[in-house]
Design a protein around this ligand. Structure first.
Ligand SMILES: Nc1ncnc2c1ncn2[C@@H]1O[C@H](COP(=O)(O)OP(=O)(O)OP(=O)(O)O)[C@@H](O)[C@H]1O
Ligand SMILES: [Mg+2]
Length: 260
């Protein structure tokens, strides 16, 4: 007599869902389920070599935990042949037709070692390095982080922003840093989401991130200022203005000296 199906499963498979699992249909074609869009996205997912979804993360769709949800996309932790990655799937109600523009901006960021490494992409998908961590706001809320760790993270964010300024790419959303920086378990800062980035606008990454980290009123800046003891002094605001007009290394270093 054949064994019951459940006992034949590898215990690991209980923590992962085959990409064809019916439970994933409402996530792959989200928020409106449409058979054609589901079939197209499923085809693209297979063509990128993705085989399984690992249902983990603090956001849920139905009963399935996912890595993240934004206004343009759903992000899943997935598995290709033995490799874990993040899969960004364009929502069916997204205000753009493809992920093409985001991919070209993401490539520019990667060219200066900023952002999760981009692996593969198609019309509706981007697969990239999975960042296992916390949004910066959840990270700063932790009671056991030290001022040295906060300083290291703040400097790393500003240095990455400086690299983006140097290649004249404006991220576009760093004044709302909470949604766009993930801190990994090793306390490494990662700037994510290049869909609003542009090489046509003046780049203002360092000033926008510094504004969020130190100047604007909010949970992140309150905690960073409390940990680093950098009050919002006129002098500090002055160095941001100087950098805004001349984005050179000397002016960038003055920002680091003043705030960090
Ligand atoms: N590479 C990644 N690794 C792990 N989690 C990620 C990764 N990229 C994105 N996420 C998670 O998914 C969420 C949504 O991603 P993202 O901001 O790229 O989507 P979006 O649709 O462009 O969102 P928004 O509406 O904020 O612009 C992020 O806040 C983050 O929690
Ligand atoms: Mg976005």
């Amino acid at each position: 007599m054949p064994l019951p199906r459940l006992s034949q499963q590898n215990p690991l498979s209980l923590n992962e869902l085959d990409i064809y699992s019916p439970e994933l249909a409402i996530i792959i074609s989200y928020p409106l389920f449409n058979v054609l869009q589901y079939a197209n996205r499923l085809n693209e997912i297979c063509s990128l070599g993705i085989t399984h979804v690992l249902p983990t993360g603090s956001t849920k769709i139905g009963n399935i935990a996912i890595a993240g949800k934004g206004s343009v996309s759903i992000v899943l932790k997935v598995k290709t042949k033995g490799k874990i990655c993040a899969l960004k799937i364009r929502r069916t109600d997204a205000n753009r037709e493809t992920m093409k523009r985001e991919v070209s901006m993401h490539k520019i960021a990667n060219s200066v070692d900023v952002g999760p490494k981009l692996f593969r992409f198609s019309k509706n998908l981007i697969s990239m390095e999975f960042i296992d961590g916390l949004s910066i706001v959840d990270w700063v809320k932790q009671q056991d982080i030290t001022s040295d760790e906060v300083r290291k993270v703040a400097i790393s964010i500003l240095e990455q922003c400086y690299k983006l300024d140097k290649v004249h790419m404006d991220h576009g959303e760093l004044s709302c840093i909470n949604h766009h920086v993930v801190i990994s378990k090793l306390n490494t800062a990662n700037i994510i989401d290049f869909e609003s980035s542009s090489t046509q606008r003046k780049s203002r990454n360092v000033t926008a991130a510094a504004q969020s980290l130190f100047i604007s009123r909010g949970l992140i800046s309150n905690r960073v200022n409390e940990m680093l003891g950098c009050a919002k002094k006129e002098k500090n605001i002055g160095v941001l203005k100087t950098y805004k007009w001349n984005q050179n290394k000397a002016n960038f270093d003055k920002i680091i000296d003043a705030f960090c």
